[in-house]
Write a protein that binds this ligand. Structure first.
Ligand SMILES: Cc1cc2nc3c(=O)[nH]c(=O)nc-3n(C[C@H](O)[C@H](O)[C@H](O)COP(=O)(O)OP(=O)(O)OC[C@H]3O[C@@H](n4cnc5c(N)ncnc54)[C@H](O)[C@@H]3O)c2cc1C
Length: 337
């Protein structure tokens, strides 16, 4: 491993200035993903900028009027256990809980979870100079593609590994990033980029920028006793104990008198970005969701899927996850979103 410096910034400004002035500087948060990449020789930073020394970046704040604000350094364990998140944003609490193991969730942060690199084994294996690392070929196309993308793939076919990202996008979250030129915010959905835009990157962070906060806006309901908000995260893993998603579905829905009034459906584990499913949303809007409609929504969402040969199973799996998640969210009793 190459020698590197470890820099403990005292302020966000110090962190972003260092990151922008040193091209081989990398952010380290919990280090769960980053240190693995360093040990595998995938990246060789000259400097690590340690966000753990920044004050007040691990907060979780909730109010009815402002919604939910989570600092980038909040750990996944804190997120899954937070009573307001459990009560009001079930999908996020379930997604955070589904990540890896308790030990990893105690250390891993939300910022790190959103910015973690792909798990494709050609990318992670230093023996393969794949397209994702600046090479010429995505070896998954003709190789082992059991875990790769069925939607939005090309020219590389990674899947985005984050469980928290689909959940947060289903809740309409915004992300704030800070850099040498100040702060900017965008819908989390727009933060992630497809490989057609840049095969080497997964998000819109520019040089020197770090994620500082995720905000889930407050929910404006009709105030009617017949309206209900529900959300759910369903994930299929190969290993029961812990694993990345083969496929996952995050659904957040508002119903009124049993009718779907608004809904967001996002898939994980099937595309290079968390994959929003407008077809499913359109199918459900304004209707009472039953088994047949939920199945139709799932099927419609996967109509454009292009499996690679060994990942065909994901098509039916993802469609069924959408169906199940929609049915769970549309159950008639009023409950948290
Ligand atoms: C065995 C194992 C199993 C796992 N299973 C799952 C799983 O099931 N689901 C899942 O979602 N994840 C899983 N992960 C990934 C893990 O959850 C994430 O790697 C973890 O959340 C990263 O958090 P961290 O704080 O340790 O990030 P780090 O490792 O410190 O950073 C990860 C990446 O994000 C960048 N980064 C970190 N914070 C910021 C920030 N604030 N702004 C900009 N860039 C930043 C770093 O530079 C680095 O590139 C697994 C990891 C392991 C090792």
């Amino acid at each position: 491993m190459r020698n590197f410096q470890h820099f403990n910034p005292a302020s966000l400004a110090q962190a972003t200035t260092t990151l922008s002035s040193k091209p081989d500087a990398w952010v380290i948060a919990g280090g769960i993903d980053l240190l693995g990449e360093m040990k595998n020789g995938i990246i060789q930073p000259g400097t690590l900028v340690n966000l753990k020394t920044l004050p007040n970046l691990d907060y979780i704040k909730f109010s009815e009027s402002d919604g939910l604000r989570i600092g980038a350094m909040a750990t996944l364990a804190k997120i899954e256990a937070h009573p307001d998140i459990r009560k009001h944003f079930t999908v996020l609490s379930q997604a955070a809980h589904s990540v890896a193991t308790p030990q990893i969730r105690n250390v891993g942060t939300l910022g790190g979870n959103l910015c973690q690199r792909p798990r494709c084994w050609y990318y992670r294996n230093p023996a393969f100079h794949c397209l994702k690392k600046g090479g010429k070929e995505c070896f998954s196309v003709s190789g082992e593609n059991k875990y790769n993308a069925i939607l939005g793939g090309g020219p590389v076919f990674i899947v985005h590994p984050s469980d928290c990202a689909p959940a947060l996008i289903s809740l309409g979250a915004e992300v704030t990033v800070a850099g040498p030129r100040g702060k900017r915010s965008m819908p989390l959905e727009k933060f992630f980029i497809l490989p057609t835009e840049n095969p080497l990157r997964e998000n819109r962070l520019q040089a020197g920028e770090v994620v500082t906060e995720v905000h889930v806006p407050p929910f404006h309901d009709a105030g009617s006793s017949s309206s209900a908000h529900r959300s759910v995260y369903l994930k299929v893993k190969e290993r029961g104990a812990w694993d990345f998603a083969l496929a996952s579905a995050a659904v957040s829905m508002e119903t009124n008198a049993g009718m779907c009034r608004s809904v967001r459906v996002v898939l994980g584990g099937v595309a290079p970005i968390p994959w929003r499913c407008p077809q499913a949303e359109k199918t459900c809007m304004g209707k009472q969701i039953d088994e047949a409609l939920a199945a139709e929504a799932g099927k419609a969402s996967l109509a454009q899927a292009v499996p690679l040969g060994k990942n065909d199973y994901k098509v039916e799996m993802a469609a069924n996850l959408i169906k199940r998640a929609l049915l769970m969210c549309s159950a008639s009793s009023a409950s948290p979103r």
